[in-house]
Design a protein around this ligand. Structure first.
Ligand SMILES: Nc1ncnc2c1ncn2[C@@H]1O[C@H](COP(=O)(O)OP(=O)(O)OP(=O)(O)O)[C@@H](O)[C@H]1O
Ligand SMILES: [Mg+2]
Length: 298
């Protein structure tokens, strides 16, 4: 099983869109996929369920809350859902896509978890540091999860404790970003914080972690008739200056594909034969999936 977190500090850069579409494409290629929505905005969850169809379902918020209340994690497997619309498409192809959903209010969990470790500072000296930081890693190590080949975690746009549990559990990290100069700086900061987390954790832990940045995915790239906008090409090149791996495939700015797909509870990559906008997005996502598979080989 390979666990990959999709993360960027910046909001609205396409993290959730990339997670949902990669997950759907992997499942359509016959892979057993688990997606975890760690964002209190729950946009990943609502990529697979219409709000009216998503009532009284278990969510990761309750899972974390139960831990805060009892200090004993419940089996995460009880929280796994199988969204019906997308599975109707991928199961005949031999895969499946399961989801641990999210819910508003997960933000409070972040504060409660940090408080249990003595606030945001000096956490490492808490005897419960490893238990809390390893919450997700240990939950996914249960036998019930052994059947999944790829786990993709959609992170919220922050570096809070819940996000850090995802990074500790991860083998790889994908960083969706917009192709502008400020975003490039943000990516460098993310890398710095990630390596600080890894160092801090490894000083305490018996088994070291080493999540690898698989690459930056440039999203919402604007094209003119002669290719990507010049300013955006420049920032893609800047990424190589800060020495970050970059996925060759970029995702275009493609509002019509998003709007067309938005109604269906199925990511755009699995939309029926459609407009040129849908076909462009499908091609881009499929290329991205192939690059990802070459990197992780589950
Ligand atoms: N390639 C694209 N072209 C046009 N619009 C896009 C594209 N990718 C995503 N969007 C739209 O941009 C918005 C933000 O995308 P998304 O939710 O995937 O970003 P995010 O990084 O997960 O945001 P957040 O930080 O809020 O979780 C959504 O409305 C989405 O439909
Ligand atoms: Mg999101």
């Amino acid at each position: 099983m390979t666990v990959v977190s999709v993360i960027n500090y910046k909001g609205g850069v396409g993290k959730t869109t990339v997670t949902a579409n990669l997950g759907a494409d992997l499942a359509a290629r016959g892979r057993k996929v688990l997606l975890i929505d760690l964002d209190p905005q729950a946009s990943l969850t609502y990529s697979f369920y219409r709000p009216a169809d998503f009532v009284e379902q278990p969510t990761i918020r309750s899972w974390f809350e139960a831990f805060v209340a009892t200090r004993e994690p419940e089996p995460l497997f009880k929280y796994v859902l199988a969204p019906p619309a997308v599975n109707a498409v991928v199961q005949p192809l031999g895969g499946h896509l399961h989801l641990v959903a999210s819910q508003l209010g997960l933000v409070d969990v972040d504060l409660d978890l940090a408080a249990g470790l003595g606030g945001s500072r000096f956490q490492r000296s808490s005897p419960r540091y490893l238990q809390v930081y390893r919450l997700l890693a240990d939950a996914l190590a249960e036998q019930n999860f052994a059947g999944y080949e790829v786990v993709l975690v959609d992170c919220p746009p922050n570096f809070n404790l819940v996000t850090r549990t995802a990074l500790v559990a991860s083998d790889g990290i994908i960083v969706p970003a917009r192709a502008d100069y400020l975003s490039t700086l943000g990516i460098d900061l993310l890398r710095t914080r990630l390596s600080a987390l890894v160092d801090e954790y490894n000083e305490v832990a018996e088994r070291p972690i080493n999540p690898e940045i698989l690459g930056v995915v440039y999203t919402m790239v604007q094209y003119t008739s002669s290719g990507p906008l010049l300013t955006q090409r420049t920032s893609v090149e800047t990424t190589s200056v800060i020495e970050m791996p970059v996925f060759r495939q970029t995702i275009r700015d493609n509002k019509s594909a998003m709007t067309e797909a938005g109604q269906r509870s199925i990511p755009a990559v699995l939309a029926p034969q459609g407009s040129p906008a849908i076909e462009t997005l499908r091609y881009e996502i499929q290329q991205l999936t192939s690059e990802l598979l070459a990197l992780i080989r589950p």
